[in-house]
Design a binder for this molecule. Structure first.
Ligand code: SAM
Length: 283
């Protein structure tokens, strides 16, 4: 089979699935298997593809057709212009989270700050801040061992030295690892899906992404309550607590921050105009 025929075959396999862009996804998979740039596929449509590569391509596209996320199949996800290693067991970084990270980078500018990221997943938030704010020291924590392993792997892959990762339950991870720090910024994209929404998630999320990265309790707000309360002991004076939130959680998360005594609380919207970020400052 030649490149063009294989791309058509890939497209046919995943055509009509709500979550896929058949042509682009087929090109991404084949270019990764051939270890070439995407442009190669456009220019060399008549090149013959070796049998083992063809078989691998079809098996990947068949898994994709079953709802397996592309990032897990390619072991790759892009975030803030950086290429992260991704595998099952960590949340796939989302474009909306880039708004949160960009806001933090703009806030830090060139200042010398330390940042705590709660729930690191692939390390997308921690490592992007560390990369774009070289004077910053980032501490990332996660309760699970796979995210800690993958975040460390990405730290090495991206050659970042100003971020470190620690396993443990929320702020207890700091005590467990004898980290006696107060932070200028505490950031978290915590699990925030509520019980009744879990079943309605897209199949590629529900069946493949880790539940512990998604489920935020009955009303989805468990982590906002716990982190907002705990953060007061770990933030510096006027330090910022900043969250990614579900599109319908803006006013509830703002209320949680008000109740804990945070000041200058605000909301930022995502690319679709939905509430996506809430932040406030320790008084
Ligand atoms: C929504 S994911 C965010 C991952 C990553 N920060 C991102 O934005 O792509 C939430 C993360 O919180 C972690 N987590 C869940 N419960 C936790 C806890 N009690 N303490 C620390 N981390 C926790 C999960 O393992 C998961 O990696």
């Amino acid at each position: 089979m030649v490149v063009n025929e294989l791309i058509s075959k890939g497209m046919t396999l995943i055509e009509g699935k709500e979550y896929s862009n058949p042509r682009l996804e087929s090109i991404l998979v084949l270019s990764q298997l051939l270890n070439v740039d995407k442009s190669y596929i456009y220019i060399h449509g008549d090149k013959t593809v070796e049998e083992p590569v063809k078989d691998k391509f079809i098996s990947i596209m068949e898994k994709r057709a079953e709802g397996y996320p592309l990032q897990y199949l390619l072991n790759e996800g892009e975030f803030m212009g950086l290429c992260f290693y991704i595998e099952e067991g960590v949340l796939i970084p989302r474009p909306d989270t880039e708004i949160l990270v960009q806001f933090i980078i703009d806030y830090i500018k060139n200042q010398d700050m330390n940042v705590l990221d709660i729930g690191v997943g692939s390390g997308a938030i921690s490592l992007s801040i560390a990369e774009y704010c070289p004077n910053t020291r980032v501490y990332g924590i996660d309760i699970e061992d796979i995210p800690i392993k993958i975040a460390n792997l990405n730290k090495e892959k991206l050659k970042i030295s100003n971020a470190d990762f620690f396993q443990g339950d929320l702020f207890k991870a700091l005590e467990d690892h004898n980290i006696d720090e107060k932070f200028h910024i505490i950031v978290s994209n915590p699990p925030y899906i509520k019980t009744r929404d879990i079943e309605d998630l897209q199949v590629e999320v529900k069946d493949h992404e880790p539940l512990i990265a998604l489920y935020g309790g009955e009303d989805g707000l468990d982590f906002y309550r716990k982190i907002s309360k705990g953060a007061l002991d770990y933030l510096r004076h006027k330090g910022m607590l900043i969250y990614e939130i579900g599109y319908d959680q803006g006013s509830q998360v703002m209320d949680i921050l008000y109740k804990e005594g945070f000041e200058n609380i605000s909301i930022l919207k995502d690319y679709q105009g939905h509430d996506r970020i809430v932040y406030g400052f320790k008084g």
